[in-house]
Design a binder for this molecule. Structure first.
Ligand SMILES: *Cc1c(COP(=O)(O)O)cnc(C)c1O
Length: 287
């Protein structure tokens, strides 16, 4: 497995022509931006490492991808969460269920500050410098495609969590990278960029409304459904629904649009299983 060279497809969404980089199709198990961010740990030698420690939420895409990485590498995986909701414990689904199947040890406590020499710590959400190794490869694939098709005025769009993916894409791409904040607000995202690099930040497009990460919004559900109907591609609920809402507002605001847009599909589909259950429960009667 190479876990590189995902295809690029043209879609039409609400009368906008958009190219989509299908990083969701990199591999069945190891895909999306987490596969890009953790690619460094897949490809390098770590002779002393036997154990990975990370932390975050009990449903996160990063958690699942780390469980796959550890399985591929034969590493033990210890994951620390503040709290696991009782409904998740009682009926595990999505990322949580599959990560447990891959051998993840989950701990409901603070992650240890002191680690032995055989243990590597991976920051929440894969916000780390090493992520640029895989993201440079992603940027190269985009550059090659743009050159082959003579797309000189390309704009790349992707929704952000920690902003790591957008930041490192901007570092390696000669095109503007546009993004929006999905976790926290625009200020938080700017700070995340700054923690990793001081210059050459992506452009943050403003959201028209404040959203709280992980909460259910009817327009997210509807955007997800419209995307699926119009493009036949399943996008993620937490990031992509907001991403397309912000991107569409942006495209509608342009006076004349002669630049091509490339949207990065960052995977995360396994996480939809639990989101769909929650959305169905909430909106079943109305939609
Ligand atoms: C993790 C994730 C993101 C956010 O990536 P960052 O590099 O943290 O900005 C966006 N979309 C999906 C589907 C993800 O899983």
């Amino acid at each position: 497995m190479t876990y590189t060279n995902s295809p690029i497809e043209k879609i039409n969404f609400n009368n906008h022509e958009i190219f989509v980089k299908r990083d969701d199709l990199l591999d069945v198990d190891f895909s999306g931006n987490k596969a890009r961010k953790f690619y460094y740990f897949l490809k390098h030698d770590f002779p002393n490492i036997t154990n990975i420690v990370s932390h975050g939420s009990a449903q996160s895409n990063a958690m699942y991808s780390l469980s796959v990485l550890c399985k591929l590498r034969g590493w033990k995986f210890d994951y620390y969460v503040d709290h696991i909701a009782s409904y998740i414990k009682e009926s595990p689904s999505g990322n949580y269920k599959e990560a447990l199947k891959n051998g993840m040890n989950i701990h409901e406590e603070e992650f240890p500050k002191q680690l032995d020499e055989n243990t590597m710590f991976i920051n929440e959400g894969g916000a780390l410098k090493e992520a640029q190794y895989g993201l440079e490869l992603l940027a190269q694939e985009i550059i090659t495609w743009a050159e082959q098709n003579c797309y000189e005025n390309l704009k790349v769009f992707l929704p952000s969590g920690t902003g790591t993916t957008a930041l490192f894409l901007q570092k390696f791409l000669p095109f503007p990278v546009l993004t929006c904040a999905c976790v926290g607000d625009e200020k938080y995202l700017e700070k995340q960029f700054n923690d990793l690099e001081k210059t050459n930040h992506p452009i943050i497009l403003q959201r028209k409304k404040k959203y709280h990460f992980g909460k259910l919004y009817k327009e997210f559900y509807e955007t997800h459904k419209d995307l699926l109907e119009q493009t036949n591609i399943e996008f993620d609920f937490l990031y992509d629904s907001l991403g397309f809402i912000v991107l569409e507002d942006y495209l509608n605001s342009l006076e004349d649009n002669n630049s091509k847009i490339l949207y990065i599909h960052q995977g995360g589909i396994l996480g939809n299983v639990s989101m769909i259950e929650r959305y169905k429960h909430k909106y079943e009667k109305e939609v």
